[in-house]
Write a protein that binds this ligand. Sequence first.
Ligand SMILES: NC(=O)c1ccc[n+]([C@@H]2O[C@H](COP(=O)([O-])OP(=O)(O)OC[C@H]3O[C@@H](n4cnc5c(N)ncnc54)[C@H](O)[C@@H]3O)[C@@H](O)[C@H]2O)c1
Length: 343
Amino acid sequence: MSNSKQVLVTGGAGYIGSHTVISLVNAGYQPIILDDFSNSTPEVIDGIQDILQKSIIIYRGDCRDWGMLSSIFDKHKFEGVIHFAASKAVGESVEQPLLYYGNNLDSLMVLLKAMEQFKVSNLVFSSSCTVYGQPDELPVTESTERKSAASPYGNTKKICEDIILDVVSSTADLKAVSLRYFNPIGAHPSAKIGELPLGTPNNLVPFVAQTAAGIREVLTVFGDDYNTPDGTCIRDYIHVMDLSDAHVQSLTYLKKQSNSSYYEVFNLGTGKGTSVMEVIKTFEEVAGVRLNYRVGPRREGDIEQIFASVKKAEEVLNWKTTKTMKQALVDTWKWQQTLSKTK
Ligand SMILES: NC(=O)c1ccc[n+]([C@@H]2O[C@H](COP(=O)([O-])OP(=O)(O)OC[C@H]3O[C@@H](n4cnc5c(N)ncnc54)[C@H](O)[C@@H]3O)[C@@H](O)[C@H]2O)c1
């Protein structure tokens, strides 16, 4: 197999990683996946290969395993790395902070060591809008102050961003971008891959889909007395395929940078805030079902509203979202029906 345009995708069997693998192939890259399946399953690879109608190289293993990681770097000539692998459940991170600091920080550090040793200089890192906390002004731009993190998970994203900046600023030959995702939703339109929440979903959209499918009895709206037009919280929901495409644009952009210590952060959202109630009503419309929901008290740790300014990503990366929230919910529902059929 040709060595051209090989990209290491850690966590490539996960939700955002699997969709990015599709976008990478469509853009002429050859993604190589490394995943330990701690939060995904090997069937995801079948879904990816089914969509692409070709096989993908996958290594099953832990990103922190230096022996394995270095042998992968030895075998391939990577043009860059997209680093998704991390533990991501906010609530679990509060209960088990060491698991989160251990996985999220060590994975990055072992990876950076391998990139240095094998002279791979382009890194795209999965960060999160969680680094902004409840911002003082909206929309948030990349220069909006990062607040102290509300959870160990959020703190790992802040620390990882700082580690990357320190390494970029050192003598190491590293160029990097940190992508601060807002709220990724939706699935590939083929409904062959999508989000696989293990256990009870923490996020609104998978919970909505599971309620519509009868897996969850009732959806609780956490508070309708916020200072927003309908009283429910507001987020910036981005279709996972738009998000995936941004990774390809970021990598392509990074490769063009001649400054060997290039580092930038980019917000990835739609720039538009949508309330919990708007999501519920739009989902009911696209799925043609009535959702069984009730309004409960506010949930601790939830911020009132956040949405992105995406001007920088649009201007610098030459990227733009193309899908609506409604389209994302159509794809979510199709994916939920695939999942329900296979259960
Ligand atoms: N989904 C979101 O809402 C969201 C928002 C902001 C940021 N992010 C970040 O984006 C990235 C991807 O998120 P996702 O939603 O696709 O998560 P995911 O859990 O679906 O995917 C992560 C993948 O990484 C794998 N993994 C975890 N630790 C590993 C390790 N040590 N070695 C090898 N593989 C490992 C898991 O098995 C999983 O397949 C994560 O870094 C996450 O923190 C996600």
